[in-house]
Design a protein around this ligand. Structure first.
Ligand SMILES: O=c1ccn([C@H]2C[C@H](O)[C@@H](CO)O2)c(=O)[nH]1
Ligand SMILES: [Zn+2]
Length: 169
């Protein structure tokens, strides 16, 4: 009898512990998600800040990008146009080139910002290929000025692509 009571008490304590544990795990999940969301918001905000430096006197179309590396560094870029119009370069390629030129080739995500309110700013075909060079499974955040975004992978943006592996065959 006493063993049973003891067992009962123990199992009660156990289920309370389990509940507490799952509560903590849930809370931790919420904290982790909140952290991921806030760092994502940060990345989008950083791309909006980078947009301020856009040199786009010809198109008057400002674009900013913020690239997050595997080791947590962020490289920014803006579009840089030229009187020889064809020489202009996109924000995304500036950010990627800045990172690569400082030894970073592994990327987690890139956020892109423009002033367009009606649609999520989408990277041009050239930039998609430029991103693809450094992997297919990383994230591209196409954003609007209000901070809303569309999340896509490089592969979704450039399916059936040609890449560095194809040259090794
Ligand atoms: O995703 C994009 C789309 C456009 N542009 C630039 C190129 C050009 O300077 C201007 C108008 O196309 O915007 C970017 O930098 N990134
Ligand atoms: Zn581009």
């Amino acid at each position: 009898m006493s063993t049973h009571t003891h067992f009962h008490t123990f199992s009660c304590a156990c289920s309370v512990l389990e509940q507490e544990q799952s509560h903590w795990i849930l809370s931790l999940d919420v904290i982790i998600m909140a952290k991921i969301n806030s760092s994502l918001q940060d990345l989008i905000l950083t791309s909006q800040e980078a947009k301020q430096f856009a040199y786009s006197p010809y198109s008057k179309f400002r674009v900013g990008a913020a690239l997050l590396t595997h080791d947590g560094r962020v490289f920014t870029g803006c579009n840089v146009e030229n009187a020889c119009l064809a020489l202009g370069i996109c924000a995304e390629r500036v950010a990627i080139s800045k990172a690569v030129s400082e030894g970073h080739r592994e990327f987690k995500a890139i956020a892109i910002a423009s002033d367009t309110e009606d649609n999520f700013i989408s990277p041009c075909g050239g930039c998609r290929q430029f991103m693809r060079e450094f992997g297919l499974q990383w994230e591209v955040y196409l954003s609007k000025p209000n901070g809303s975004f569309l999340k896509m992978t490089v592969e979704q943006l450039l399916p059936a692509s040609f890449g560095p592996e194809d040259l090794l065959k």
